[in-house]
Design a protein around this ligand. Structure first.
Ligand code: HEM
Length: 446
């Protein structure tokens, strides 16, 4: 297939969640279920199959939606044959907890401290129920509840409510969910005019990816095709510590906001530093036609947006592509992050002890070269930006206090003693199958 041919995605068979953005604002619930009885497990899948939305149904932008995914242990509990289980990506088979050292989930973030049963073999099915409003959520959540509560062999083992504010801002105060790649064949146009839509196989299994090859896909074909890997992580955010850190290092409010923006690569409004380096521009931040329209190539040293800023690390755009050594397109991902817990009221610098943060969600065809690569090579490590000792100032793991360099003239500024602002509370690697794969799973007779 040449680069100009647009692939035709089987939208009626693909769950809507990976391809289509969520309504904004929205409320949602994540449910984790454990399958104690195989027949009930298959019955559950049959019921959920009737509830999930296909991308071809127009997506979930206006209304409610339900997405379902399985862990490795979940597929095993349903009786998926071993040969087929062995055909899944090795990282998925190991599970997130087993990858903790690699991912930087150490110290306070280590699986020993995770919320139970996250990271254990008891987590089998993950359901995300979402709606634009509480009434819609109650309706879809009730359908999901009935699907499992009537089956004695299915146990609800974890639940997390979440939401997106009308401003799109999350607990540290920044608008999130802006930088996303477009996917060929999804019908959704790019928000970054400098980035061609990704080959469909970067996100959905069964289609050529950016290498021109078909990505390794679980077998049989009906199970793998039109599916996608999903990662979710519950990330506790230390908002009071973050605010106090900036307050102590800034001469005034303006500088405080600037240092915060330097860490993220965007102002709290979402306005990119690459376009608005000196002052926030809320109109720019809120304009979906402009807030993702920028490159870093004219700012190689990071005077406008530090090379170590979170969003620049996570998507270096043309800054890395220029020397040809790294193809940034191989490390893109769909994110469906969301907030949990109440926001810390504006101006409060004392920790109130309430758990709040982000339910980080990734969707993509390659756990290793997308999610794990970005997390380990770009967020946790600074080698690629020539600062091996520095990790992401906002989300980097920090067993030792960290540093963050803000390039500026005449001399750079170096922020010292960064404490950990984010602690992993748990997570899982999942697989969101196609609608036909859900039917196949429900009809297993092993
Ligand atoms: C609590 C943890 C996190 C917070 C508070 C956070 C916050 C943010 C914010 C404020 C942005 C800028 C807005 C936007 O472009 O959407 C952003 C962008 C991004 N983040 Fe995170 N993030 C977190 C964790 C992660 C993790 C774990 C990853 C990946 C492994 C990640 C990957 C990305 C990517 C790919 C972008 C988009 C960059 C772009 O395309 O410009 N983030 N994040």
């Amino acid at each position: 297939m040449d680069g100009t041919t647009e692939v035709s995605l089987e939208l009626d068979d693909i769950q809507a969640g990976a391809l289509y953005e969520r309504p904004s604002p929205y409320v949602g619930t994540y449910l984790l279920l454990s399958i104690r009885d195989r027949a009930d497990g298959r019955d559950l899948v049959r019921r959920l199959h009737r509830l999930v939305d296909a991308a071809g149904s127009g997506g979930s932008v206006a209304g409610t939606s339900l997405t379902v995914a399985f862990t490795y242990h979940g597929l095993a509990a349903l009786g998926v044959p071993q040969e087929s289980l062995d055909s899944f990506a090795p990282e998925f088979r190991e599970g997130m907890a087993a990858r903790a050292q690699i991912l930087g989930d150490t110290g306070e973030s280590s699986p020993h401290h995770w919320e139970q049963p996250l990271g254990s073999s008891d987590v089998h099915v993950a359901i995300a129920a979402l709606s634009a409003d509480e009434a819609g959520l109650a309706e879809v959540a009730e359908k999901a509840r009935r699907a499992h509560a009537e089956l004695p062999g299915i146990e609800l083992v974890w639940r997390q409510d979440c939401y997106q504010l009308p401003t799109g801002r999350t607990s540290f105060g920044f608008k999130d969910g802006i930088g996303q790649p477009a996917v060929e064949g999804s019908g959704r146009p790019p928000t970054d005019p400098h980035e061609r839509p990704l080959k469909a196989g970067e996100i959905i299994l069964g289609y050529p990816d950016e290498t021109g090859e078909l990505p390794a896909m679980p077998t049989p074909d009906v199970l793998g095709r039109n599916g996608t890997y999903v990662v979710f992580r519950k990330l506790h955010t230390r908002v009071a510590a973050y605010r106090s850190y900036l307050r102590a290092r800034a001469a005034n409010r303006k500088e405080e906001e600037l240092l915060g923006a330097k860490m993220v690569g965007r102002w709290q409004s979402g306005a990119p530093l690459a376009v608005a380096p000196d002052d926030d521009d809320p109109a720019l931040g809120g304009d979906p036609n402009r807030n993702n329209d920028f490159t870093f190539g004219d700012d190689p040293r990071g005077f406008k947006c530090p090379v170590g800023a979170h969003a620049r690390r996570a998507n270096p755009r043309d800054a890395l592509d220029q020397d040809g050594s790294v193809n940034v397109r191989l490390h893109r991902m769909i994110r469906r992050g969301t907030s949990y817990g109440p926001m810390l009221p504006e101006g409060v610098l004392e920790d109130d002890g309430i758990d709040r943060g982000i339910m980080f969600v990734f969707a993509g065809a390659h756990l290793k070269r997308q999610f794990e690569f970005v997390k380990t090579q770009w967020l946790n490590d600074g080698i690629f930006i020539g600062a091996p000792d520095e990790s992401d100032p906002l989300v980097g793991p920090r067993d030792e206090p960290g540093t963050f360099t803000v390039p500026q003239r005449p001399i750079r500024r170096r922020l010292q003693d960064l404490p950990p602002f984010v602690v992993t509370r748990g997570g899982e690697y999942c697989f969101a199958p196609s609608l036909s794969a859900l039917r196949w799973l429900a009809d297993l007779d092993t």
